[in-house]
Design a protein around this ligand. Structure first.
Ligand code: NAD
Length: 450
């Protein structure tokens, strides 16, 4: 069993550390944020992720998992150090490497043994592992030999523990045979296909995968706008498309666009890289542009329907960027909330777990409720931004019973059109006909709804 240090204990670092402890390794998670470490030491996860806290507690109790703010305690005895700090976009659209540089230098200052393996799990621009090597070397107190590998992370927030144990693939890229072998042995117990590549290919696989997923989403969203104009139904279109095994059904859901800390920034990174090497991919500029248009599409629909939202009571259902997480980074719901407030609506939001994080972004410009009922009670409009199971399972009668004027704008196509037909509500969704009243489907669509 290995001694593993996790450098940066955020979404990726904590899940990785806990899961590696679960398969028997001695893991020490380092973070520079003392508040985070104190919370973790109490056995409380610092964010919501299904199954994580229980697994974390078990491994803390078993003594396989330690948390510290000290780089020295964290890195000096480690066989493997995994870098999992954040890489947000910088103003040029590239990934900001300031945290990677800081942590690499801290690692350089604290390691004292030869043959340590340093693994980059953070999503980084091409060539970053070479820079990491230089940054570490620049701070070494005496000449040391260490190995480097790129091992990009593919976990999905909301299913991160599951994905760590059941992912589609593990990518390891390195120019060191020893590094590839060590990582292969480390991951063997997970029985996940392992792809070994050179370092730059591994770096590229990550951002290429995320930008391709973004492309799929934006393509379907662009088609959904066509459906709204011609009177088609995007769900039937994507069902027909997805039956073609070459296309597949996943990531073909129309909605108000993608958010989160990965898809937008990784897509920007590919466009930035493509421009830098003189091989521009304008297609990806359009992917981002479509997503931007899509984010406020529901509000545009509501404005087309009501002319003004001033003084309207709006329930906003779901605040996280996707279900099963409390992460609101780049969440479309947050953008919707801001725009609704700008339009003069009085907004009350509900989310099962993301209210605390949403408050940091939105403060008191909207109200928050602890229950769906409280959010919907006496509302004129309801906007659905996140497809939480709890939201998808609201009995449809609740909309008509609780709301004053039950007009629903569903950004995640949570409800079947047929199910809506029998209720006295007005239901607008993405790329599908609008349902009005008990049994009438109005044959006008989208923005031009009468
Ligand atoms: P995060 O912001 O949740 O976590 C980063 C952590 O690093 C924070 O806790 C921060 O305090 C800590 N940190 C920063 N500098 C430090 C230092 N010098 N020493 C110790 N700790 C330090 O980020 P995240 O969402 O976990 O993402 C991490 C990386 O993984 C990013 O590159 C991201 O693109 C990539 N990634 C994220 C996901 C995801 O779903 N969140 C999935 C795949 C890949």
């Amino acid at each position: 069993m290995k001694k593993i240090a996790i450098a940066g204990t955020g979404y990726v670092g904590l899940v990785t550390g806990v899961c590696l402890a679960e398969i028997g390794h001695d893991v020490i998670c380092v973070d520079r944020d003392p508040q985070k470490i104190n919370t973790l030491l109490k056995g409380e996860a610092t964010f919501y992720e299904p199954g994580l806290e229980e697994l974390m507690k078990n491994n803390l109790e078993a003594g396989r998992l330690i948390f510290t703010t000290s780089p020295t305690i964290g890195y000096q005895d480690a066989d493997i150090i995994m870098i999992t700090v954040g890489t947000p976009n910088d103003p040029n659209g590239s990934l900001d490497l300031q945290y990677i540089e800081q942590i690499s230098k801290e690692i350089g200052r604290t390691i004292t043994r030869n043959n340590i393996l340093i693994v980059t799990k953070s999503t980084v621009p091409l060539g970053t592992n070479e820079k990491i090597k230089e940054w570490i070397q620049s701070e070494l107190r005496s000449p040391l030999y260490f190995h480097l590998a790129a091992n990009p992370e593919f976990l999905r927030q909301g299913a991160a523990v599951y994905d760590t144990f059941h992912g589609d693939r593990i990518i390891i890229g390195s120019d060191s045979k020893e590094a590839l072998h060590t990582l292969e042995e480390l991951y063997k117990p997970l029985h996940i296909p392992i792809i070994k590549t050179d370092t730059k290919s591994a770096e590229l696989i990550k951002i290429a995968s995320n930008s391709f997923l973004a492309l799929k989403i934006s393509y379907v969203n662009a088609l959904s706008s066509i459906c709204e104009q011609i009177g088609g139904n995007i769900e039937e279109v994507t069902l027909g498309m997805g039956m073609d095994a070459r296309i597949g059904t996943s990531f073909l859901n129309a909605g108000v666009g993608f958010g989160g800390s990965c898809l937008p920034k990784d897509t920007k990174e590919v466009t930035h890289l493509a421009n830098e090497v003189g091989e521009p991919i304008r297609l990806l500029d359009e992917v981002l542009e479509i997503n931007k248009r899509q984010e406020l599409r529901l509000i545009d629909k509501a404005l087309a329907r009501f002319k003004s939202l001033k003084g309207k009571k709006a329930a906003l259902l779901g605040l996280s960027f996707k279900p099963n997480t409390d992460d609101v980074r780049e969440s479309v719901s947050i953008k919707m909330a801001k725009r609704l407030v700008m339009e003069g609506a009085i907004v009350t939001a509900y989310d099962p777990v993301a209210i605390r994080n949403a408050k940091r972004e939105l403060g008191e410009i909207i109200s928050y409720s602890d229950t769906l009922e409280q959010a919907l009670m006496n509302a004129d409009l309801a906007f659905i931004g996140t497809e939480w199971e709890e939201i998808k399972n609201i009995p449809i009668t609740m909309f008509s019973e609780w709301m004053t004027e039950p007009v629903i704008f569903d950004g995640r196509n949570c409800f079947q059109l047929d199910a809506m037909k029998g209720f006295p509500i007005e239901y607008h969704s993405i790329g599908r006909p609008c349902v009005i009243g008990k049994e009438n489907i109005i044959k006008t669509f989208g923005l031009g709804l009468g």
